[in-house]
Design a protein. Sequence first.
Length: 201
Amino acid sequence: MKLATRLALLFGALAAIFLGALGFLHAAQQRSAAKLRSEIADDKARQLTRLVALSGNTLERFAADYTQWDEMCTFVASRNPAWATINLEQSVASWGFHGIWVFDAERREIYRHQRTPFTAADLAAIPSPPLLARLCGADRLHFFAMSPRGLVEVRTAPIHPSYENRSGEAPRGWFMVARLWDEAQFAQLSTLTDSQVFIST
């Protein structure tokens, strides 16, 4: 075999090895980049979950405080509008919530109030009959629902006197409070997670 042929074969083999090594390194880099992207996405998802839970703490605390209160039990029986204006409407406004409902022991709605930007028509179908059947139970509920104004976070709880244990007598009624997740809420979450948070419809 001529020297030129040998050199050509040698260079060809070296080129093949080089290209193979280059391809292997490229694939390894791609796998590493994909793993890094996945880890970043998982980390942001965990951050978002924690922030959503933290954001919902005030709604949860509000529902818990107002449903283990003797005065709330008295309101369910008396339906005093003056008491509701002072203790419910003003509290909802000061806490930045957007809707509140109270039901008696027979599951009848005895009070509701909604704040801007909601109108009575926006929340007329809330709660739906299936939801009413679920919320009027022994457990507290936490869920999100779509409304004409956007995403709404909802907390529900049975109403008991303050001295009563939840495993005791039947609830005196039920309580539901809602907050709209507006653009400002999503913008804040986007900033805190260094990402874009939105609802896909």
